[in-house]
Ligand binder design. Structure first.
Ligand code: SDX
Length: 424
């Protein structure tokens, strides 16, 4: 912290506010004292608000930088694997070889669900959206794993972290299996994290299923690229829920609910629906016009970002991965990929998008990869949630292991002044 001050003039008052600097990135002005001065700050959408202090992820939107505990996302995507990134996000440092092996083995031994949870799945309609099922099942974990839910005990928090990292792929795959009426596949301990997920998604009891290593590698990259992203809407939701002392499973379920929105994690599903609606490159101009039309609710899904105003570093890695997967599957001429590439090219030359700094984000290409692998669009956000669980948990853990207060924003009241109830 520093003794630097910002001076705010309110009426005839001059208010001094402390300024703090982080390791890197914008300074912050501590406005907590303003309530004593009878004024609030006003920042709907939290565009200019730092809601907490964190050491987990740093984003520089102007330079397209994304660091996890200081390591650039492209280096992690190229050289690490998802479980090692989970360890890094959770513990702050990369594991030694021995720590990494122990962590991988621990996760492997927590992948099964309490068998009574199968009944829980069967309470849903078969045509339920997999995100609705995932929201319900993850919230229900607190009804099955309440033996380790003392949020003040670091050991119990660590066990809960292992359970969530390990069980989310099983829950996600079972959401899919339930929706298509196929039997649940149990996790296998001889497969990697990503291979196991593909096995539980596409394997059946009727025949051997060996995951394609190129596709498993692409899935692991997708998991890494979605793992964490600073104080985004769903992570902020988890922090706010956690600030009340709610149990970690309930907090993660609140993050899943927030992620579902098409402006956030639901965008990857919305991108595929949009590409299908465009249907052919010849229709792109019409949709570009719709995206610009303020009276038309249509948005170019997969474009734009609250923070990235240059490019989303994850989109670059995702685009390369898309080419690898489509080449592996002989789908280089995938019509949706052609529309996506043409759309990206046109949008990046169009004044409307350039002026508003709207570039492809992480969701623009991820859906093309997932569709090529054979994953239905309704499962895209489920996979995003599975990956982001480590980010949500790491932020929750960082908060509850330090000093924190219940989150309780105020408002600008524009309703009726006091008035009396009319006498009858
Ligand atoms: C994710 O926060 C995170 O980190 C999120 C995420 C993560 O990892 O957690 O990165 C994941 O959510 C990525 C974003 C996925 N969403 C989409 O792809 C949906 C489409 N994008 C937009 O809805 C929008 O860009 C947001 C929600 C992403 C950002 O919204 P902002 O920052 O509030 O920006 P805005 O809506 O105020 O837009 C600014 C201008 C507006 O025009 P003007 O009023 O200035 O004339 O840009 C326009 C908007 O109309 N605009 C778009 C647009 N996005 C913004 N116009 C057409 N198409 C778009 N996609």
């Amino acid at each position: 912290m520093t003794d630097r001050k910002a001076t705010l003039s309110v009426g005839d008052k001059s208010i001094e506010l402390p300024i703090y600097s982080g390791t890197v990135g914008p300074d912050v002005i501590d406005v907590r004292g303003l309530v004593q001065e009878g004024v609030f700050t006003y920042d709907p959408g939290f565009v200019s608000t730092a809601a907490c202090e964190s050491a987990i992820t740093y984003i520089d939107g102007a330079k397209g930088i994304l660091l996890h505990r200081g390591y650039p996302i492209d280096q992690l995507a190229e050289q690490s694997d998802f479980l090692e990134v989970c360890y890094l996000l959770l513990n702050g440092e990369l594991p030694t070889a021995e720590e990494n092996k122990r962590f991988h083995d621990t996760i492997k031994n927590h992948t099964m669900l309490h068998d009574q949870m199968r009944n829980f799945f069967h309470g849903f309609r078969r045509d339920a959206h997999p995100m609705a099922i995932m929201c319900g099942v993850v919230g229900a974990l607190s009804a099955f794993y309440h033996d380790q839910m003392d949020v003040t005990d670091p050991k119990q928090r660590e066990v809960t972290a292992h359970r969530l990292i390990a069980k989310m792929p099983t829950i996600a795959a079972w959401c899919y299996k339930y929706s298509v009426g196929q039997p649940f596949m149990y996790p296998r301990n001889d497969l990697s994290y990503a291979e196991n997920f593909l096995y539980m998604m596409f394997g059946t009891p009727c025949e051997e299923y060996q995951p394609n290593p190129v596709l498993a590698n692409a899935m692991d990259k997708i998991f890494i690229l979605h793992a964490d992203h600073e104080q985004n809407a769903s992570t902020s939701t988890v922090r706010l829920a956690g600030s009340t002392g709610a149990n970690p499973y309930a907090c993660i379920a609140s993050g899943i609910a927030a992620l579902w929105g098409p402006a956030h994690g639901g965008a990857n599903e919305a991108v595929l629906d949009m590409l299908a609606e465009i249907g052919d490159v010849s229709n792109i101009d019409t949709f570009i016009q719709k995206a610009k039309d303020k009276d038309d609710p249509f948005r170019l899904m997969g474009f734009g970002h609250r923070v990235y105003k240059n490019f989303d570093p994850r989109a670059k890695v995702m685009s390369e991965t898309a080419h690898q997967v489509l080449t592996e599957l002989g789908l280089e001429n995938d019509p949706l990929l052609k529309i996506a590439q043409r759309l990206e090219q046109i949008a990046l030359e169009d004044e409307y998008f350039v002026q508003r700094q709207l570039y492809p984000n992480v969701d623009f290409y991820s859906g093309i990869i997932l569709k090529a692998i054979g994953i239905p669009t309704s499962m895209f956000t489920v996979i995003f949630a599975m990956s982001r669980t480590i980010g949500w948990f790491s932020h929750w853990n960082e908060m509850v292991s330090g000093n924190y207060r219940i989150g309780r924003p105020r408002q600008l009241y524009t309703g009726s002044p006091k008035r009396d109830y009319p006498k009858k």
